[in-house]
Ligand binder design. Structure first.
Ligand code: M6R
Length: 615
């Protein structure tokens, strides 16, 4: 939540910062702002709403040239979206400018302290306290901005990433982080700070990881990192293997459409190098030994939103393949219910961004209880994998649209890989059984592509159903999380009432909401799955009898539902446990198209942000 950029170098800081904000806008879009170091002072511009508003403001009231600057795109926490609450927050003497991501929990006490000293507040934000605190340190005896920021950080409670400029120092921008993301980019005669690397990959792909409770200073010549006590901190550098075009729309109207289209490649890339020719799993990055994996007696999967639905699918696969009991829980609930986990529990944390605060707090809690934590993550260098004992990276490339698509599909793939790896290490499946499942996984990119090739039918359906305000999604077994995911996509993108139910639960209450004409999507399991298939077909008949308009997702060649389906969406054939990778795709296309028909911003739905870094 909130995107932050800082720059020191030889280029126009305004261009670099605005370019960075454009790439980070998916992190929040309630307001945007920039601050530049100009002639011993801060020169700033900020505007409520999306970046386009700031573009307009800058065109009408240009800022002076500068090579040192910071910028921010906001997801509001304290104080409603407005010009006055937009960041950067500038000190009364125009010397200090601060941008912030997170929540300063003790801001009320700090604000009272500063107001008593005569500082005037011009916003409702928690962030502004930091501005005046830093200003106060610089006016007192802090030798430079770095030391002023370090001292202030020790007064702050809560989660924060700060990036701060001092009007009196043209060769320094300082950042600090506790529980919120921040990464540095190393250039030649220029350096960068940002919430994530997409802000600066146009200029450099050399990135520096920043740890908890660290203060980082960028200048033209270098990047220096200290901890909150002032001790030099070790830094880890890494190469960013995304290129700048990966974070561009590339001719698509929306990032989400591009990301849906990228799914065959993303799925293939996530499988790449993870097995040998015989289908034996090879997980080079797994930092847990086979003995540790054999000692596990329970798996607990945590995640939020779409990631938690990937976890629900993983439960079915892991329990079936390994016979290890597996629980799935929302990270936000897990953390605060005193969960029973211990040394023999493997906690699997799923997060596309690697920065979700609920998931991060949950893994910290799990590790405190002695559990090993394995992250499934898409973002190299992010906090969740760094704080985990092991990681399986999904290789989806940057996911910019707020609605997760390729992130979800690749999380499913990583979960399958993990489940098969556990079964291999623990000997619960024979090598040939693992090999044949791997062969089925390898067919999925083509299956996803086949669905994309038929996308026009789903788009036409979105137009046909555009007048409806309520949608239901039903599934059983692994189809149930797919139903939940289909409903979430529609809620977040089209702002419609959409519910996902376990089809078997229908008769225990939800069937009462069925009324004539109500569109109900039903995911039908492959025929080979025992009696489950017949049960779902019966569920379709039950809702059809009550007038529902049934949209049935069913595998190619299965005509048993045709008499009861108003609309059929065909899925390529796949084993039951792998079907979610395919069934999710038409639901993504439907939600994106319906949102577009309704005139909504598909990439930046209202009230949301991509990376949820507050609890
Ligand atoms: O980055 P994460 O995977 O941890 O994010 C978790 C959820 O916030 C995320 O999946 C959210 O539900 C998406 N907007 C859904 O499309």
């Amino acid at each position: 939540m909130c995107g932050i950029v800082g720059y020191v170098g030889e280029r126009s800081a305004l261009d670099v910062v605005m370019g960075g904000l454009r790439r980070l806008e998916y992190r929040g879009y309630d307001s945007t702002g920039v601050a530049l170091v100009v002639d011993g002072q801060i020169s700033a511009a900020k505007k409520v709403g999306k970046l386009a508003n700031l573009d307009k403001e800058l065109a009408e009231h240009p800022l002076p040239g500068s090579t040192t600057g910071i910028g921010h795109t906001r997801w509001a926490t304290h104080g409603p979206p407005s010009d006055r609450n937009a960041h950067p927050h500038v000190s009364n003497d125009h010397r200090v400018a601060v941008v912030h991501n997170g929540i300063i929990e003790n801001f009320a006490d700090l604000r009272a302290e500063l107001e008593a000293e005569g500082y005037e507040f011009t916003s409702d934000t928690d962030t502004e306290t930091v501005t005046h605190l830093v200003d106060r340190e610089l006016r007192a005896d802090a030798p430079d901005l770095t030391e002023a920021v370090r001292r202030v950080c020790n007064r702050l409670e809560g989660a924060f990433t700060l990036v701060i400029a001092d009007g009196a120092d043209t060769d320094r921008v300082v950042g600090a982080r506790r529980n919120s993301p921040l990464v540095a980019g190393r250039g030649d005669g220029e350096n960068f700070l940002a919430s994530d690397v997409s802000a600066f990959i146009e200029y450099t792909r050399s990135a520096v990881e920043l740890g908890q409770d660290q203060v980082v200073t960028i200048s033209r010549d270098g990047i220096d990192v200290i901890d909150f006590d002032g001790n030099p901190a070790p830094v880890t550098e890494y190469h960013v293997d995304w290129d700048a075009s990966a974070a561009e729309k590339g001719g698509y109207d929306w990032f989400m459409l591009k990301e849906i289209e990228e799914q065959p490649r993303a799925v293939a890339d996530t499988l790449l190098g993870r097995h040998d020719a015989e289908g034996r799993l090879v997980l080079d990055e797994m930092r847990l030994s086979d003995d540790e994996l054999r000692a596990i007696d329970k798996v607990v999967i945590i995640g939020c939103g779409t990631a938690s639905y990937a976890g629900m699918v993983a439960k079915y696969a892991i329990e079936h393949w390994t016979r290890i009991p597996c629980e799935v829980e929302l990270a936000s609930e897990f953390r605060y219910r005193d969960p029973i986990v211990g040394r023999s529990t493997l906690v699997v944390a799923i997060s596309q961004s690697g920065e979700t605060a609920d998931t991060l707090q949950a893994i910290r809690h799990a590790r405190q209880q002695g559990s090993k934590v394995l992250a499934i993550c898409n973002t190299n260098g992010s906090t969740i994998p760094r704080e985990s004992d092991a990681v399986i990276y999904t290789h989806a490339g940057p996911e910019i649209a707020v609605a997760s698509t390729k992130g979800f599909l690749t999380q499913l793939i990583a979960c399958y890989v993990l489940g098969l790896y556990l079964s291999q290490v623990r000997g619960t499946k024979f090598g040939d059984e693992i090999g044949s499942t791997v062969a089925e996984l390898e067919k999925l990119p083509d299956g996803v592509q086949a669905l994309l090739d038929r996308a026009d039918e789903v788009r036409a359906l979105a137009h046909e159903l555009a007048d409806h305000r309520t949608f239901l999604f039903l599934g059983r077994h692994v189809g149930y999380p797919v139903a939940l995911e289909g409903a979430l996509k529609l809620k977040e993108l089209a702002y419609l009432h959409a519910e996902g139910f376990a089809a078997g639960e229908l008769k225990h209450g939800p069937i009462a909401v069925i009324e004539p004409g109500l569109p109900v999507f039903v995911i039908v399991p492959p025929k080979g799955r025992d009696q489950l298939h017949e049960k779902v077909v019966s569920n379709i008949q039950e809702i059809r009898a009550r007038g529902a308009r049934t949209v049935v997702l069913v595998e190619d060649g299965d005509t048993s539902v045709d008499p009861y389906a108003d609309i059929v969406i065909r899925l390529p054939q796949a084993p039951t446990l792998l079907q979610p990778v395919l069934a999710a795709v038409p639901l993504q296309i439907f939600a994106a198209e319906l949102a577009s028909v309704l005139g909504h911003d598909v990439d930046q739905p209202r009230n949301l942000a991509k990376s949820v870094t507050v609890e």
